[in-house]
Design a protein around this ligand. Structure first.
Ligand code: COI
Length: 351
């Protein structure tokens, strides 16, 4: 289906005010937003317009019951300057998976991709070209119907906005193995990219930071024994030459970077197994010297090397060298800027 997206451009761009050598993700926003309204059972009026405040009724249901979901993506530039997206069709599918779980309407996947392409083309001057930098894209949907009763809303907004971003972590990270709070339970919303999952993680993450860690390593909700994921990413371990990552057991986010890393590792000849992983297995591997590398994988962070995992009861130091993690990071970054051949067909030109 072809969509007519009305474009209204800003009078004067703010892009010249950005120091692209020094950008922390999430503080600066590009000039425009894509916005579309769900009313009377249909998505209507798709448009790109200058980024502005959105009038919101105090009874908007997202504010009360958390009917809100989001995606994270990154736009880069190819060697000839063409704006590029990475696997936008996967984000479209995941958004609709989240929407289904949260009782929200499906957003047409072809409109999702088309909107992203047009938005990214309009904002192309906001895409940083320094290695490891990108224009972070945040598609999201929320219930804006004013209603106090408890049921699925009938009106929603879908918006895409952009924030230029440098590397998320400038150093290796330390993970706090959380034994009190949980992120998700089977049958809960952990598999969805629901705003509430992140709300529930904020306080435990603050506490972990107070103890000197960077992010929380979430464990299973029943026994606090199985590794699930890290604050904003999935996790991989290399033990005795082979990679393992927790399987998508029903409470773990199906990361698009995660699935890409699995493909890349296999393509480079590594064995990768998705299966339940006990924290005790990682401690054991560390003790017997077979734990070789560990890294987090997510859109915002890319590949984040892990140097330590611990809590009040134990400290586990990872080896200093991360040859395969570095290689995967470099390969992923090179594919995203068309320095390396896109043999899996992941890149979509935004023009
Ligand atoms: C992403 O990696 O895109 C995320 O959604 C993480 C975000 C909470 C910083």
């Amino acid at each position: 289906m072809s969509y007519n997206i009305k474009v209204t451009k800003i009078k004067e761009s703010k892009v010249s005010k950005i120091d692209f050598d020094n950008i922390t993700m999430g503080f600066n926003f590009s000039d425009h937003m894509f916005i579309c309204d769900y009313e009377n059972g249909a998505w209507q009026n798709p448009r790109i317009e200058p980024l502005s405040l959105i009038p919101t009724h105090p009874a908007a249901m997202a504010l009360h019951y958390g009917q809100a979901i989001f995606e994270g993506m990154k736009a880069t530039k190819g060697q000839d300057g063409t704006p590029l997206l990475f696997r936008p069709d996967e984000n479209a599918k995941r958004l609709n998976f989240s929407a289904d779980r949260m009782g929200m309407p499906q957003f047409p996947e072809d409109l999702f991709v088309e909107a992203l392409k047009q938005f990214t083309a309009v904002e192309k001057d906001w895409i940083p070209t320094k290695e490891g930098s990108a224009l972070y894209l945040r598609p999201f949907m929320y219930a804006d119907e004013p209603f106090i009763g408890m049921r699925a809303a009938t009106s929603f907004k879908f918006i895409i906005m952009g924030s230029p971003a440098g590397p998320f972590f400038s150093k290796k990270i330390k993970l706090y193995a959380e034994k009190k709070y949980v992120r998700a339970v089977n049958g809960g919303t952990g598999e969805a990219k629901a705003a509430g999952n992140y709300a529930a993680a904020i306080r435990p993450t603050e506490l972990a930071k107070e103890k000197g860690y960077d992010q929380v390593l979430w464990l299973d909700s029943q026994d606090f024994e199985y590794i699930q994921e890290v604050g904003t990413m999935n996790i991989f371990f290399k033990i005795d030459g082979k990679f393992i990552t927790p399987d998508l057991s029903g409470s773990i986010l199906a990361g698009i970077t995660r699935m890409s890393v699995i493909t890349l590792l296999k393509d480079k000849g590594f064995e990768v197994t998705e299966r339940p992983i006990k924290l005790s297995e990682i401690k054991e591997a560390s003790l017997n010297g077979t734990l070789e590398e560990a890294f987090g994988a997510g859109t915002a962070v890319g590949i984040a090397m892990i140097e330590e995992i611990g809590n009040e009861d134990f400290t586990l130091k990872l080896p200093a060298e991360n040859p395969v993690s570095n290689m995967i990071n470099d390969t992923l970054n090179a594919i995203k800027v068309q320095k390396e051949q896109d043999k899996f067909g992941w890149i979509v030109e935004a023009k």
